[in-house]
Design a protein around this ligand. Structure first.
Ligand code: F0G
Length: 454
């Protein structure tokens, strides 16, 4: 059969509230045009993020009943650790309440004033944690990764020549080398196994730990299996193990590819660094056998990790995005190609050349899409990345709108509805105006800043 179906049936449903366009225009106005400030009841299809928003399986809910809430040494921790180590063979697994807590602990050990930390592209929370310590975050993604039209199979790859030069120039001030799989900020694009291995070699040659931000490791492995020569006959768990075998540690948001509504972990091989991390963990998250989580959460994640590597699931998961990308592309809407693993990305720089990057064209698209269809998306552009550590502002390299799909949550007709809303938006595109920011915090401003039309 050619039709790729959702490989599950629905046992429990959650109603969504239908609203009118004028109602939504008023709600957005009241939220100072920041989509993060909307009430979820006022959103029809919520594609703000794929983080923690997915549906758990019957087996995960059942696993929660097995949760052992012992403060220390729980069975849940043992099951969680075994499930992680089955895929990621690190010596120390340190549970945290979500990914950014793992990043904060990692950076408390390695970052600090004047340090330089390279990655293919740091996600915003990683960048925030680096910059808050006084260090600098550097993005060394290959040029194709910034070209929405390039059909390169691994647009998330690190620019290896740039990394070599970077290490030669900044060597002493580089405490760790990182890579993000898939490259979320760059369009959910994968990193090849070969690229991961060479980055690991470069880090090792300079005596620096290599840390993988593994949030979407299963989607990344699916792309490796589909696209990388010699990988097609291998199982997803085998590919995942190979990716992590060359690293010295990882940060993880279990709200993505562990099917969790909450959770994360930091993994390290080095005993001394793990000791430091656990001291910080006890100070900020909790005892090392639960971190920032309940025992039942650890059990849900342990089960989730066995489900996320299922090939029928991954095929359907990636196909949802491809389907929308194909339809929007056929309508002449500039989409990032090929489709990413967890999201569809619209290139607002190309779609709205009449809006200056510092008047946030991607934000303008996200706002109008909400007004038209009640669809909540997310700007990944100059709102998110434009503010510099010294407080000045510079256009970001990309102006993207991200439609991130919660896992196992929406169906084919929701995807068709999204496509229809884009048709309407296309007919209004010339009427879109830019925005200015009227109020913002010092770091990670996109979550809370306020906008006015200009
Ligand atoms: N790294 C990447 C690549 C991410 O995408 C995220 C979160 C994090 C780290 C931080 O994890 O949220 O558990 O603290 N990304 C979400 C998103 C928020 O919408 O893409 P967290």
């Amino acid at each position: 059969m050619k039709t790729i179906i959702e490989p599950f049936r629905i046992k429990s449903v959650e109603p969504i509230r239908v609203t009118t366009r004028s109602e939504r225009e008023a709600k957005l106005q009241a939220a100072h045009h920041n989509l993060f400030k909307l009430h979820a009841d006022d959103v029809l299809i919520d594609l703000l993020t794929d983080s923690g928003t997915g549906a758990m399986s019957a087996e995960q809910w059942a696993a929660m009943m097995r949760g052992d809430e012992s403060y220390a040494g729980s069975r849940s921790f043992e099951r969680f650790t075994n499930a992680v180590q089955n895929l990621m063979p690190f010596k120390h697994i340190i549970p945290t309440h979500q990914g950014r807590a793992a990043e904060a602990i990692l950076m408390s050990i390695f970052a600090g004033k004047g340090h330089n930390i390279p990655s293919n592209t740091h996600f915003d929370t990683t960048r925030g944690n680096i910059e808050a310590s006084g260090a600098f975050a550097h993005d060394l993604n290959i040029a194709e990764g910034r070209d929405g039209q390039s059909e390169h199979p691994f647009k998330g790859n690190m620019d290896l020549a740039a990394l070599e030069t970077f290490m030669a120039t900044h060597g002493d001030s580089v405490p760790i080398v990182m890579i993000t799989i898939t490259n979320n900020a760059g369009g959910g694009q994968p990193v090849s196994l070969e690229n991961i291995r060479v980055v690991a070699d470069i880090a090792r040659a300079h005596g620096r730990p290599f840390i993988i931000d593994g949030c979407r490791f299963a989607e990344n492995a699916w792309f490796i299996k589909q696209r990388e020569p010699g990988q097609g006959d291998r199982s997803i768990p085998e590919i995942v193990r190979d990716c992590f075998a060359v690293a010295d540690g990882m940060t993880m948001s279990a709200k993505k590819d562990a099917f969790g509504n909450i959770g994360g972990w930091l993994a390290l091989n080095d005993d001394g660094f793990a000791e430091q991390a656990r001291v910080k963990l006890i100070q900020t998250e909790g005892f090392p056998t639960y971190g920032g989580l309940a025992g039942r959460d650890l059990d849900a994640l342990a089960q989730g990790l066995t489900e996320i590597v299922d090939e029928d699931y991954l095929r359907y998961r990636v196909r949802t995005n491809e389907y929308i990308v194909e339809r929007l592309d056929a309508m002449g809407i500039p989409v990032v190609k090929p489709a990413g693993g967890h999201a569809v990305f619209i290139d607002a720089k190309r779609w709205l050349p009449h809006i200056d990057p510092l008047h946030y064209p991607a934000h303008a698209v996200a706002c109008r899409l909400y007004e038209i269809g009640g669809i909540r998306s997310c700007e990944i552009g100059s709102v998110m990345f434009g503010r510099q550590p010294d407080g000045s502002e510079k256009p970001a390299a990309i102006e993207l709108v991200r439609l991130a799909f919660p896992r196992r949550t929406y169906t084919q007709s929701h995807a068709d509805y999204v496509v229809e809303a884009f048709g309407e938006l296309q007919s209004e595109i010339d009427t879109l105006k830019g925005f200015q920011i009227t109020k913002e915090p010092a770091l990670m401003r996109h979550f809370t800043c306020q906008f006015a039309c200009c």
